[in-house]
Structures are given as C-alpha cells and as structure tokens.
Design a binder for this molecule. Structure first.
Ligand SMILES: Nc1ncnc2c1ncn2[C@@H]1O[C@H](COP(=O)(O)OP(=O)(O)OP(=O)(O)O)[C@@H](O)[C@H]1O
Ligand SMILES: [Mg+2]
Length: 322
C-alpha cells in the first residue's frame, strides 16, 4: 500500500505529517525519480504534435463537443473541448479524460485509446481552444449500435476489465454510447465523469460504487453489460499480474503520482493512488475483489486521511491563535 512511503515519511518526521507536508514530500520524491521514467511516445506524440489538417465532422454525443479531426500524416483524432461548459468544469473534464488514459496505461488495462490535452484554433473564431485529443478508433461501433446478442458475445474478460477499471476511476457514465467495440476488443471512451469531485475521493466511494455496481440498480442495468455480481467475478490472470506488479513497484506509483499531479490537484492525486492500491490489495488468491477486505482497506485510508485533516485543522487554529 502507499502507506509504505507514508510510513517512511512518518519515520523521517517522527510524527504524522500534515497533508501539505506529506504531499510536499511526495512531490519531492516524485520529481527526483520519475521524470525520466515516463516519456510520451508513439500515438501520444502524434496526437500532441501533428498538424491539424481539418476538422471533419461533429461526432454527436451529449455535451463534450466531440469532433473528428484529421491530423497530418497519421490518421484521425477525436478533439473534445467541452465548450458548452463553464471554464472550471471544462478544465476538469478535459483533465480527467487524460487522467483516465494515464491510469489505464500505468495499470496496464489497455482499454483507453491514447489521449492527450491539446490546444487548437477554433475554426470559427480562430481563438485557441483547449480540449482532449484521443486516437480515433476507425471502424468501431459503440455498444448501443450492437445487437443484444452481439453485446452478450463480447469477451467476458474484456467486460470484467472494463468494470474493474470503472470501479477504480469511479466512473459513473459507462453507458452504451461510452464504449466502442472492434474485432471483439473493447475501447473505453468518454471519461469526463470520473475521479470523483470531493477533496477526499475515498469518502464518497461506498455510496457511488454501491449504486453503480449493484445488479439490482435499474440505472446500471441499462448502462453496463452486467453478467453477475461484480465481487463474485474473476479478474483475468494477466490483469491481476499487472495490477500486483504495479502495487509492488514504488517507482511505478511515483510515476503515476507525478503524472496525475500535473493534471489534478495534488490533494486528489494521492488519495486516488491509495484508492487504487486498496482495490489491488483486496484481490484475493481466486482473482476476485474481496468486498470485505476492500471495505476494510478503504476504511483504514479514510481514517488516515481524516487524522491528517484533523492535524491540519488543529495546526491552522493554533497558528491563528498565536
Ligand atoms: N476515440 C474514439 N474513436 C471512435 N469514435 C469515438 C471516439 N471517441 C468518441 N467517439 C464517438 O463520438 C461519440 C461522442 O463521444 P463522447 O462520448 O466522448 O462525447 P459526449 O457523449 O459528447 O461526451 P459527454 O457525454 O461527456 O458530453 C461517441 O459516442 C462515439 O460514437
Ligand atoms: Mg459520451
């Protein structure tokens, strides 16, 4: 668990650190070791740098303003400026699109097409517009375009991976327009509604996931390809191996933290890593998420964060009184 680093910090400081101190230390650790470990490459480079040839057409959808764009030399990208939202919301949506991709990449899910943040001139106003830019999956179909039989025939390992991924990133929007299928493989798209919204995302966890993962919930039934109770389903062996490797690698976790901290506030990034580790550590020998263990892990983390918050508040009021 991330508490390994936490424990070392406690040892170093001789006490439970306040949130800023803990995060500052994490950031120091992060900036030392991580930068050379992750370099955007391949498709990310193309999406970030290849010149825009033209905007082809709107891709529909709800409010993201997804637009198919032709990039010089190499295929197409989906540019999503979320321009129908206020600036703050827009920023957050665009960031979580990229954050979801990075989470997928570092944990080895292989579900989300490469996604970067890019600035393009607006074709009408010529004012710069920021948006997420994602690799366009040609000749794919969204879940809603498949027949019931075709949806049922999707490989169950792929579905389980998708549900576990959504569970980790707290995605509440995986309806049938938000995953693509091509040659039996699932591509996860549209990650504006994930990664929570509270200061401590661990706190809202139980409520959100109870709602999303319950087979009895009509909302989730209409959205997900449910094939049994989440906690009773086996995660594919290769996925378990990748997740356990991530949980065992402090270096990988530091890279993740650094990359996430560039996108979302640091105070969000650390709890997300902890949340992911809570889930990975709850995967039992049968390759299933053990509900009880998961809950216990989360509770421990919630208490830990609560203690840190209390210390911070105490310190703040002492400072005020002095
Ligand atoms: N990477 C992609 N490859 C192929 N098609 C895509 C891709 N991303 C999006 N699309 C198509 O564009 C549609 C709209 O995209 P998306 O779901 O991301 O936006 P949206 O629904 O407007 O977002 P929001 O629900 O956040 O407002 C999708 O349903 C899908 O048909
Ligand atoms: Mg959508």
């Amino acid at each position: 668990m991330f508490t390994d680093i936490g424990n070392r910090i406690v040892k170093k400081l001789g006490r439970v650190p306040s949130i800023p101190e803990e995060l500052k230390l994490k950031r120091d650790i992060v900036s030392k070791g991580a930068s050379e470990s992750y370099q955007s490459k391949g498709h990310e480079q193309i999406l970030s740098s290849n010149r825009l040839e033209r905007r082809e057409r709107s891709l529909g959808g709800a409010l993201g303003g997804s637009c198919l764009t032709k990039l010089k030399d190499d295929g197409y990208g989906v540019f999503k400026p979320y321009d129908r939202y206020e600036v703050q919301e827009r920023k957050r949506f665009i960031q979580t699109e990229r954050a979801a991709y990075l989470t997928d990449l570092l944990l080895g899910f292989d579900l989300v097409p490469p996604t970067v943040v890019r600035t393009l001139p607006n074709q009408n106003t010529f004012v710069n517009q920021v948006g997420s830019m994602q690799q366009f999956i040609e000749n794919s179909r969204v879940g809603a375009e498949l027949s019931h039989e075709e949806r049922q025939a999707i490989d169950k390992d792929e579905v389980m991976k998708l549900e576990l991924f959504d569970f980790m990133i707290q995605n509440s929007d995986r309806h049938m327009g938000n995953y693509l299928v091509k040659d039996g493989k699932i591509y996860a798209i549209d990650h504006g509604s994930c990664l929570g919204s509270e200061i401590n995302p661990l706190k809202e966890d139980a409520d959100i996931r109870e709602c999303i993962l319950s087979d009895n919930d009509p909302h989730s039934r209409s959205h997900l390809i449910v094939f049994g109770e989440f906690y009773e389903r086996k995660i594919p062996d290769t996925t378990v191996a990748k997740l356990k490797a991530f949980a065992a690698s402090e270096k990988e976790q530091i890279v993740y933290l650094r990359l996430m901290s560039e996108l979302i506030e640091e105070r969000y990034a650390a709890p997300y890593l902890d949340r992911i580790l809570c889930i990975i550590h709850a995967i039992n020998d049968s390759g299933m998420v053990d509900r009880k263990m998961y809950r216990e892990n989360i509770e421990k983390e919630v208490t830990r964060y609560q203690t840190l918050e209390n210390h911070l508040n105490e310190a703040a009021s002492l400072e005020k009184a002095a």
